[in-house]
Every structure is written in structure tokens, then in C-alpha cells.
Design a protein around this ligand. Structure first.
Ligand code: AMP
Length: 596
């Protein structure tokens, strides 16, 4: 635990670090100095650009420049299949395979700018298809393979996808029945064996494997559309966030700063590329930084994950709170029975990371989890707990160099003002101008325009900034609870409940109340071996009141076996609320399947 000392004083919970004692030396050692020195224009110099000044292409920075240099024979992606099969792709292998894919697209007459969707589990072909699509200057849109037919058809419809890469099994189960809803879809490239029938079907083994392995990337503008990631709003259809080739400089720099990637790292991002983290950090950032990336095809299972960390000697691990909490349920001892001595940096993203989960990392791995924050729209990490800085458990960290963040107060109409005082709640906003910012929601100019006030991009998240410049998540702007005049963040209440030893997970909503506006209501899932009882309910009330004070503590606590969650692991408070109030449940396409 060199350089890291846990201070467990509850009043000032802080994990102190001695950056100079950390090995290897953190990439971002002096935060203040780097922040004042940093300039995105300089950051471009860390990348190559296309040979001959032909612009900037993500696939060149991620693959080709390494394949033609010192890293050619280094393993870029180590794939571990569900049945234990393994496949290593070196940077030069990846270069050849992605060349073939780009040539295959050209052979089909697919032209730059057209959309190529990828729908499959974490197979090597997924990675080749996304990068090959970028080489062909088409737009890559990875879809989560657990989506059902309707969400798939909606997303392909919005993006007018011309090509889909999938497996015969997924095609039969999820695409065939909605094919007529996707008139733009002309070509389907099928990976692996199996039978499927329909118009425009091609076999990967014939079309791609048979294509030439030589390809020169054509001129690509930094502002050319590269990736289309779908995100869900509070209302309406999913939004297709447009990202451009120039975003690669932010993928690279944020991987270097926030994930502290060093050349010799074995990096494992557990996110699926169907979600933005699995693309920006499961594919692009590790490759631009020239490290070896682990890809595990299997779904979450604590023992499998521990043995993967051990066997692959993973050094940097980027994961998510739900998984961490699931691991916590098994206790720290489970982690300690594995040799995880190679692990040196652990990070988390995607949803609030409860303070006790951060500290649990110390107990289980000898390392705290470093929470960081970003969204589909921002394309890359914006706020992070950094390797060299003290961690304040429960905080998302500090803005990265090149990122200006603020807490805004909404005044009348579309006017906002920056809140300078610490710990005042407001909307988290970011000053326009970093390279991976979305350039629009596809065909939804109005929705896009609503995200901005002047130069500020409004994130839709409520947060606070403390006197040291650390940001603290409060909730989505629409989840916040107003009770007896107090604004109450559900996350705060959930975190307090989760500190109780019986509680596995908690979801908190505002329930309308004629007297005080809303009361705080909590739904609690218990750890295995704990049973709901009146006595436990009382105990939880007492515990929460003690931690939070009577104005903030939940007035009602219900037990439930599981909390409804999205497939990316976010607790669906909206659904808890709808169920509680007997209202329509709305769009459930992202609900975890065991909930439906
Ligand atoms: P997505 O676009 O699906 O990645 O979701 C982005 C949203 O997830 C953010 O606007 C936050 O509401 C939430 N989120 C992401 N990271 C964090 C974090 N570290 N802490 C709290 N919420 C987070």
C-alpha cells in the first residue's frame, strides 16, 4: 500500500496519498501546475495525425501508428472467451484485421459518413469492426447486445444504419422480426457459425477474412463524425450523441491522466462497448496509449473477475459501482484469497460510488477505488479522483486539466449564474471547448440546443463543489427531493443506508406529501442472510436519522428483493417512483431483464 494511507476519521474521511512514494510515478503528479499549463492545442502533439498531413483519424492513433512503430508486436487486445478460449491480437494483427474490415465495407459500396452498427457480445470481431469502420471513415455505433428488438430497431432507425455486424443467433432473435422497420439497413455481416436468413446477409469469414489486408486511411477531418452513441433522456426517444475523430485527443489524454495509463500496463475496462465507457475506455484510450487491454467475454461473476485480475496480472482496472457492490457482498476475504499484487490503480464510473465502497477497496485490494465522472455527451472523463491526489470518498474528484467545471444556479428563464461559494447545490456545467464533446444529437437540434446556456454545457446533474475544488454528486436534476423546504439528494440518503451492515443496495425517491411537499422514501435490498423484519426497519430508521438528521432521513422504508436497474447498472428511481405511485412505468427497454 505504498504511498496510500487510509484515514478513517468519519468527520474528515480522506484517503491520503504521498504521490512521491507511488510507483510508478503518476502521470499527473502536480495537478495545479498541469492544470494551469495545459492547452488542448498542445495535447495534439501527443498524437501523430495521418501521414502526409491528411488529417486526424481515431483508428490511426489507436492502431496504425503503433503497428508501424516499436509496439507492432505488442499485444493490443487479449481476448478471453466464455469457454476459456483465448486470442491475442498484437497491434500489427489489429492493423491488418481492421484493414480487411475497412476494405470489406468499401467492397460493399459503403462510403464515408455512413453508419455501421455493431451488435454482439464482446468478441474480437466487435473491436475489429469498430476500428475498421473508423478507418473506412464511416460512423461506428455499438449497440448493447442485451437490447431487445425494439430498442435495436429504434436506434438503427434514428441513425439510418446501412450496415449491421452481428451474429446469426442475435440476428434471428432480435433483428429478423424488426427488419422491415429498418429500411436503410442493406448489409448484415454475420460473425461465426450458425444459420440466418434475410436480405443482404454476408459471412464475416468470407467477406472480411477474404478482403485485402492493405489499406491506407483516406483524408479525415478532425470534425468528421466518427461515433454515434445513444443515450436516454428523461422523456422522448433515445438521443444519438455525435462524436468526431478529433475526440481521440481527449480519449488519449484522459486515459493518461485519469486512468494513469503507463506503457507497461495491463488494463481492464469491464464496461461493454454497447455503452460509451466500453468504447472510449474499453477500446480507444488504452490503444492510443499503447497498452495491453483485457477483454473478457463472460458476464459479471465475482470469482471469474477475481481470477481474471489474478491470472492476467491486471495493473489498472476500470469498473463500475454495481459490480463493486456485488463484490462487497461476498466480503473482502474473497478478494484476499487471490494474488492481486499486480493491481496498482482501480477506478470506477457510471453511477454514484458510495464512500464505503471506496474504502472497501483498501480493505479488499489495498487500493481505494478512484471514482470519476462523465457522460455519453462528454465523450470522455471530465472529473476524476487522480492517482496523485488525496481521495475524498464519496466525491467524484476534480476537473481534469483542460476541463472547466462549475456549479450553476438557474435564475429566471434561461439565465444562470456561477455559484462561487463551496458546498452549494446546483447544476453541474462544463465550459464548451474540449475535443470529445458531442457535436450534436443526430437530427435533434432543439434537444441539443437546450443543453447549453451561453458557453456552458448543462449536464443535467446536480452537484456541489467543496472548498478544495472536489465535486460531489447529488443526483440527476430530476431526481432531487424537496422535503419541508430542504433539497435532499437521494444519493446522500442511499449512501447512509448502505453503511448499515444489513443493506446491500438502496434506492430513494421523493413521495408526494400534502404537508411537506415530498417525504423521503427508501427501498432497500438486504444482503444475503438478512431477512426483512419490523425490528430491522426500525433499526434502519434509527441509523438513517442518526446519520442524516430527521429532516433528511427517510420517513418510509420498504424492503424489496431487488431494485430495478438499467442494464448499465443505474438504479431506476423513476420506476420505483412510478410503481410507488401506481403510475405508468414508461419505457422499460433499458431495464435489467430479471426485472421484467
Ligand atoms: P451515461 O451517459 O449513461 O454514461 O450516464 C451519465 C450519467 O451517469 C451522469 O450524468 C450521471 O448522472 C451518472 N454518473 C456518471 N458517473 C458518475 C459518478 N462518478 N457519480 C455519480 N453519477 C455518475
Amino acid at each position: 500500500m505504498s504511498g496510500i494511507e487510509a484515514l478513517t476519521k468519519v468527520s474528515e474521511r480522506r484517503i491520503r496519498k504521498d504521490p512521491v512514494a507511488l510507483s510508478p510515478r503518476p502521470n499527473l503528479l502536480d495537478y495545479e501546475a498541469e492544470r494551469s499549463r495545459f492547452d488542448w492545442a498542445d495535447a495534439w502533439k501527443l498524437l501523430d495525425g495521418l501521414p502526409g498531413g491528411r488529417g486526424c483519424n481515431i483508428a490511426h492513433e489507436a492502431v496504425d501508428r503503433h503497428a508501424t512503430g516499436a509496439l507492432a508486436d505488442k499485444i493490443a487486445i487479449r481476448w478471453i472467451g466464455k469457454t476459456g478460449a483465448r486470442r491475442d491480437l498484437t497491434y500489427s494483427d489489429l492493423c491488418r484485421e481492421t484493414n480487411r474490415f475497412a476494405n470489406a465495407l468499401a467492397g460493399l459500396g459503403v462510403t464515408p459518413g455512413e453508419r455501421v452498427y455493431v451488435l454482439m457480445g464482446r468478441l474480437p470481431e466487435l473491436y475489429v469492426a469498430v476500428l475498421g469502420t473508423l478507418k473506412a471513415r464511416c460512423v461506428a455505433s455499438p449497440l448493447f447486445s442485451a437490447f431487445g428488438p425494439e430498442p435495436i430497431a429504434t436506434r438503427i432507425g434514428i441513425g439510418e444504419g446501412r450496415v449491421l455486424v452481428t451474429t446469426p443467433e442475435l440476428y434471428r432473435r432480435k433483428v429478423e422480426s424488426v427488419r422491415e422497420k429498418m429500411p436503410s439497413l442493406e448489409h448484415v455481416i454475420l460473425v461465426g457459425d450458425g444459420v440466418a436468413e434475410g436480405p443482404g446477409l454476408h459471412r464475416w469469414s468470407v467477406l472480411v477474412d477474404g478482403a485485402s489486408a492493405d489499406c491506407e486511411i483516406g483524408p479525415t477531418g478532425a470534425e468528421d463524425m466518427a461515433l454515434l452513441h445513444f443515450t436516454s433522456g428523461t422523456t422522448g426517444r433515445p438521443k444519438g450523441a455525435i462524436h468526431v475523430h478529433g475526440a481521440v485527443v481527449a480519449h488519449h489524454v484522459t486515459g493518461f491522466y485519469a486512468l494513469d495509463l503507463h506503457k507497461d500496463d495491463i488494463f481492464w475496462c469491464t464496461a461493454d462497448p454497447g455503452w460509451v465507457t466500453g468504447t472510449s475506455y474499453g477500446i480507444l484510450a488504452p490503444l492510443t496509449n499503447g497498452v495491453t487491454s483485457i477483454v473478457l467475454e463472460a458476464e459479471f461473476d465475482a470469482q471469474t473477475w477475481y481470477s481474471t485480475l489474478e491470472r492476467e496480472r491486471v495493473t489498472v482496472w476500470y469498473t463500475a459501482p454495481t459490480a463493486i457492490r456485488m463484490m462487497m457482498r461476498l466480503g473482502a476475504q474473497a478478494a484476499k484469497s487471490y494474488d492481486l499484487s499486480a493491481l496498482r490503480f482501480a477506478a470506477s464510473v457510471g453511477e454514484p460510488l458510495n464512500p464505503e465502497a471506496v474504502v472497501w477497496g483498501l480493505e479488499a485490494f489495498g487500493l481505494p477505488f478512484h471514482d470519476n465522472w462523465w457522460q455519453t455527451e462528454t465523450g470522455g472523463i471530465m472529473i476524476a479522483n487522480l492517482a496523485a491526489l488525496d481521495i475524498k470518498p464519496g466525491s467524484m474528484g476534480v476537473p481534469l486539466p483542460g476541463i472547466e467545471a462549475a456549479i450553476l444556479r438557474h435564475k429566471d428563464g434561461r439565465n444562470v449564474e456561477v455559484i462561487d461559494e463551496p458546498m452549494i447545490e446546483g447544476e453541474l456545467a462544463l465550459k464548451r471547448g474540449w475535443p470529445s464533446m458531442m457535436r450534436g444529437y443526430l437530427n435533434e437540434e432543439e434537444r441539443y440546443a437546450k443543453c447549453f446556456v451561453g458557453d456552458w454545457y448543462l449536464t443535467g446533474d446536480l452537484a456541489r463543489r467543496d472548498e478544495d475544488g472536489y465535486y460531489w454528486f447529488v443526483g440527476r436534476a430530476d431526481d432531487v427531493i424537496k422535503s419541508a423546504g430542504h433539497l435532499i439528494g437521494p444519493f446522500e440518503v442511499e449512501s447512509a443506508l448502505m453503511e448499515h451492515p444489513a443493506v446491500a443496495e438502496a434506492g430513494v425517491i421523493g413521495k408526494p406529501d400534502p404537508t411537506i411537499g415530498e417525504i423521503v422514501k427508501a427501498f432497500v435490498a438486504l444482503k444475503p442472510g438478512r431477512e426483512p423484519s419490523e425490528q430491522l426497519r426500525k433499526e434502519l430508521h434509527g441509523h438513517a436519522r442518526k446519520r442524516l438528521g430527521p429532516a433528511v432521513a427517510p420517513k418510509e422504508i420498504d424492503f424489496c428483493a431487488n431494485l430495478p436497474k438499467t442494464r448499465s447498472g443505474k438504479i431506476m428511481r423513476r420506476l420505483l417512483k412510478a410503481r410507488e405511485l401506481g403510475l405508468p412505468e414508461g419505457d422499460l427497454s433499458t431495464l435489467e431483464s430479471n426485472e421484467t
